[in-house]
Ligand binder design. Sequence first.
Ligand code: MG
Length: 160
Amino acid sequence: MRIGQGFDTHKLVSGRRLVLGGEEIDYPQGLEGHSDADVVIHALIDALLGAAGLGDIGMHFPDSDPRYKDASSMEMLETIVLAIESLGFRIVNVDVTILAQEPKVGPFRAAIVGNLAAGMGVEPDLVNVKATTTEGLGFVGRREGIAASAVVLLEEGTPR
Ligand code: MG
């Protein structure tokens, strides 16, 4: 077994769509970033890479590379899952925490679980998504940004 953790933050700005865990959410602001800035998937990718010992998201999808301008984070997730599976790893389970003062994630939780499970090609019961505010404290509390953390457990098998 191998464990990995990931953390990411993006700034909330006007004029961007808000995509969390592959779900487009109706909100007056969106997350700033080179890709679609899906902070949830970025944290998850870093957790997967960490567990597999494959570095971090910036090594695989450099934000200096124009190919990843407005890139779909879901497609990045699929690419990384294929890479770790080719090394023989199997996803045991995934646990994600979204830190957002707004919007409320509850109404989108099930859709996000479904999106992440589909992106990784696993059953939804292997994926847990939680959300919390920071009780108004810090940059999340001031609605300046959204953060996410993720923990992944992988089982090592035979490389393909
Ligand atoms: Mg990011």
